[in-house]
Design a protein around this ligand. Structure first.
Ligand code: UGA
Length: 435
């Protein structure tokens, strides 16, 4: 059976919006990407992805016939059968989610659509928001059309976003009508992914509950790792033993210096806020957040065992981004740690294969940017590893003792085995392992 080609618009060309759009085009649909940022639109029109994401640019080029990029939302929305909302929901000061951009798009949709339409919310929004969006659109409709809003949360990870979307483990559809469910299945049947069909509020909750559970898993294993250090156990062996129990599962049990990125920090705080707002305290998530904040500065605490002060020390930083495979720095441990080092008088040199440009926007001249790991560590008194880039993991560990002034390597991502560190003759302090 051939698939129904749908006319789709996607609002927002960040990770969620652009990846969704490109994958929908890959499955045969006609997709118009809308963004208010004209610079981004111009780049995409030239076939250039405004974000670093493996495979994205290739897929943009491959499907260029079925992808349109525009800042003219009127053109994009007026005859669309389905409109996806994939704009950001950053964190408010209170920890709640900022819905300004989502609401703005909703009003634009209401003002422009000329055909019956299904509006799909991909952005992560607090439980109950989809109901409000539907209300907002209905109240502002300019034409006599009928709409329904569907909650369709996104589960992609940065770095593996294309694969996560094309081969997702589940497709959650929060619908309030059979018609909306039928349209969504027309959109997604070509993906051949198992559906979870539920109401909108449960769909919204599935997203938070999933992300926060993963964050909880990380904070939990980080605490176990901290205890391993105290009682002389080895976190990697502990995780191996735990992970073979399918009820636990081996994934997302890498101990380190905490989770960062645009999702876990924001989504844990948003759920905590939502609970508080409803006079409930979600204790596990409160603890998850607290543990993560401490974990982020763990390496500095470790380093103080070797140096009372960092004043005038040459300090090398390997990895700036919140995880490998992305140029994203949001909530990255590097952003908390580097200011502490600078404040203390350290001379900081940094290396990151793709994150340096984004970092430069925050710290400009205060650090030295290096083109290679060798350059960063040469004559350094101390080296911190914040991101487990493959280049770091594959780096010949004997170089630290050859090139550093004083070979102290403090590794927040357990990139090397203890044996290799011992062989290389370096002082190697990592997470949850014996020294
Ligand atoms: C996360 C979720 O994994 C996605 O399923 C979700 O769709 C996405 O948020 C979102 O809400 O949009 P992402 O933020 O891209 O994806 O990154 P992850 O790979 O989940 O990593 C998050 C952080 O946790 C990173 O800082 C990583 O270093 C850390 N982490 C991850 C650990 O410290 N240990 C682990 O075992 C795994």
């Amino acid at each position: 059976i051939g698939c129904d080609i749908m006319k789709i618009a996607v609002a927002g060309t960040g990770y969620v919006g652009l990846v969704t759009a490109v994958c929908l085009a890959e499955k045969g649909h006609n997709v118009t990407c809308v963004d208010i940022n004209q610079d981004k639109i111009d780049l995409m029109k030239q076939g250039i992805s405004p974000i670093y994401e493996q495979g994205l640019q290739d897929l943009m080029l491959k499907n260029k016939e079925s992808l349109i990029y525009t800042s003219d939302y009127v053109e994009a929305y007026k005859n669309a059968e389905v409109i996806f909302i994939g704009v950001g929901t950053p964190e408010n000061k209170s920890g709640s989610a900022n819905l300004e951009f989502v609401n703005e798009v909703a009003i634009q949709i209401a003002h422009t659509i000329e055909e019956n339409c299904v509006i799909v919310v991909k952005s992560t929004v607090p439980v109950g928001t989809n109901d409000k969006i539907e209300q907002l659109i209905i109240e502002n409709l300019k034409n006599d059309v009928s709409i329904s809003v569907v909650s369709n949360p996104e589960f992609l990870s940065q770095g593996t976003a294309i694969k996560d979307t094309l081969y997702a483990k589940r497709m959650v559809l929060g619908v309030e009508s059979k018609h909306a469910e039928m349209i969504m299945k027309k959109v997604y049947d070509p993906f051949n992914i198992p559906y979870v069909v539920t109401d909108r509020r449960s769909a919204e909750m599935i997203k938070y509950a999933s992300n926060d559970f993963l964050a909880l898993k990380i904070s939990y294993i980080n605490e176990i790792a901290n205890l391993c250090e105290i009682v002389d156990a080895n976190i990697e062996d502990v995780v191996q033993g735990m992970g073979m129990d399918p009820r636990i599962g081996g994934q997302f049990l890498n101990a380190g210096i905490g989770y960062g990125g645009s999702c876990f920090p924001k989504d844990t705080k948003a759920l905590h806020w939502l609970a508080n707002f409803n006079d409930y305290e979600i204790k596990t998530i409160k603890a998850t957040i607290e543990v993560n904040e401490n974990q982020k500065i763990k390496l500095i605490k470790k380093a103080r065992k070797y140096y009372d002060s960092f004043n005038n020390l040459e300090v090398a930083i390997l990895g700036l981004t919140f995880k490998p495979g992305t140029d994203d720095l949001r909530e990255a441990p590097s952003l908390v740690n580097i200011p502490i080092l600078l404040e203390d008088g350290a001379n900081v040199r940094v290396w990151d294969p793709v994150g340096a440009d984004n970092f430069r926007k925050n710290f400009s001249t205060q650090v030295r940017y290096c083109q290679s790991i060798e350059e960063a560590i040469t004559n350094a008194d101390l080296c911190f590893i914040f991101t487990e880039w493959p280049e770091v993991k594959q780096f010949d560990i004997s170089n630290y003792s050859k090139l550093m002034n004083c070979p102290i390597v403090i590794d927040g991502r357990n990139c090397y085995s203890l044996e290799s560190a011992e062989e290389a003759g370096i002082v190697y302090d990592s997470i949850g392992r014996k020294k």
